[in-house]
Design a protein around this ligand. Sequence first.
Ligand code: AMP
Ligand code: MG
Length: 354
Amino acid sequence: METQIITINKSEPPAAVLDKLSWAGRIIKRGGLVAFPTETVYGLGGDALNPDAAQKIYAAKGRPSDNPLIVHIAQISSLNKLVSSIPDKAKKLAQAFWPGPLTMIMNKSDIVPLQTTGGLGTVAVRMPSHPVALEFIKQAGGYVAAPSANLSGKPSPTTAKYVIQDMNGRIDMIIAADDSEGVIGLESTIVDMTTDIPAILRPGYITQAMISREIGETDIDVTIFDAASDKAPKAPGMKYRHYAPKGELALVEGEPEKVAAYINRQTQLHKERGEKTGVIATDTLVTKYNADVIKNAGSRNEPLTAANRLYTFLREFDDENVEFIYSEAFKNDGLEQAIMNRLLKAAGHKIIKV
Ligand code: AMP
Ligand code: MG
């Protein structure tokens, strides 16, 4: 399949942008697939109400079809059509955080095909804030099912370069619009709204504290952090290995000096064996490492920088053939909780305490 790659720049006249996005929208209406930018990561979109489109998404990603898709909408009122009823708490969260990086799970209506929800009676819905995403969804008819636009198992793409690397030749179109403004770089927070006390199934930029401030008590799914938990995760996708670089990743937790010393000892051992080592460091320790490839995740006081860069780092380690990767650990709180969750999954929960 030939993939059209179109670029959208901020400096373009609005009419020209609209022209391109209406073309992209027509592809979705015809049952095709288009990758598009959002403020979290790039999405791989198809018509959420067309069962064949969902099948095509699974095929393009090489993703198991029991892994449900998130339905993206462009206005809050579109929610009515997708769900059987909207809980009051969901209305509050939509008012507070949409458009934005929050996905809510509710009981689905009959028009949402089971192919889109991975066979579940519930549907995940999000209204993104990225202006290109919003206009594209509108042009596509208002309901776009989209997982991240990467091949299954690979880190989610935050730039068009990596969407092209994974999806060129597999889908109809890629919309490239790399504008770093407002970009978060990690997937949305997912909250299950079907229980009296809503539960966070995947942490993200919208934190538990932010949600609780709007609707009171909020749970968090224990399987998010506990690899040893014998419970099945409530968000089916969370059971799959994710975000994994080709190199072997381990997280190192402890006093900063001990973390640096441990990683440097490991680096030395790898060097003696002729192995290439990489490190994900925060800025207070970044000059202390002697690994071959060192990535600066910014300040711990500004975890958004680490969130923005994390998936690019994982991809770059692959590009640079790094065989062993060590990352400083992050806190289990706020936005750092989301960063730590993705790192844990990428590392297969390998964490070294020093
Ligand atoms: P993404 O990987 O960003 O495409 O997000 C999709 C993820 O959302 C899936 O892998 C699931 O973990 C979660 N999800 C989507 N729909 C549902 C649902 N109805 N119930 C529970 N989790 C869901
Ligand atoms: Mg994904």
